[in-house]
Design a protein around this ligand. Sequence first.
Ligand code: ZN
Length: 257
Amino acid sequence: MLQRAVRMYCVKGMREFKVDDSNRSVWRLICRRHTQGCRWLLRGIAKPDGLWEITKFHPKHTCDMGQSRADHCNLDINMIAHVLLKHIEETPRMPIKTCISMVHSKYGKIISKRKGFLGRRRAFEMIFWAFKPSIDGFAHCKNVISIDGTHVYGRYDIKLLIAVGMDANGSIFPLAFAIAANESNETWGMFLTHLQTHVIKGRQGICVLSDRHKGILHNMRTLEGWQPPHAYHRYCLRHLKVNLQTKFENGTVNKLM
Ligand SMILES: [Zn+2]
């Protein structure tokens, strides 16, 4: 969220930033014209609840960006997709020219054809599907659903989100799939909403197993119909073990799990 807000702020203010330091807990930005002596700076720190706090901000630019209508380096594909989203639903094959002019009327910047193309593709956001035999079969499965996301290797940079159940023999029973541009609060929220509507259909007491991806945690806490008594969230032991192994590399701890 911080990234999106800062990008919008900088694009509207006609200033460009570059990332000076970035990891899981820190996001530090400086003006793109820092070498010319501009002292603009912003630093955000990740909080335990998943939100970001701005801990340092020097808002004054001493550099000169002019009034150029040309592209802005911080106007990224996600922001473009966000502008196009509603229109794409009505006109999936919207010409790139139209995409470019929509972004221009929103941000006053003329993006390249390539950015327009990538933004249009990103705007599709997610495709969700569940086969009827899976939907019918879930009625005879245990009250357990595992969800996970995985990277799809190939031409496109996309994620596959999956939900599987467990049949009476304890075997995996595929329930639903989605192709998404990324794993985020939004895409996991959409996935879980569709899963609830089309597969779970109000069944109570579902135990949901997953890793601790922020998008999943956020939605299991806040999305309607995913807290007790509707659903109970538990962490996948396999993921937990892998995380422990990576963090501690301790044979004894691993054997205990
Ligand atoms: Zn500056």
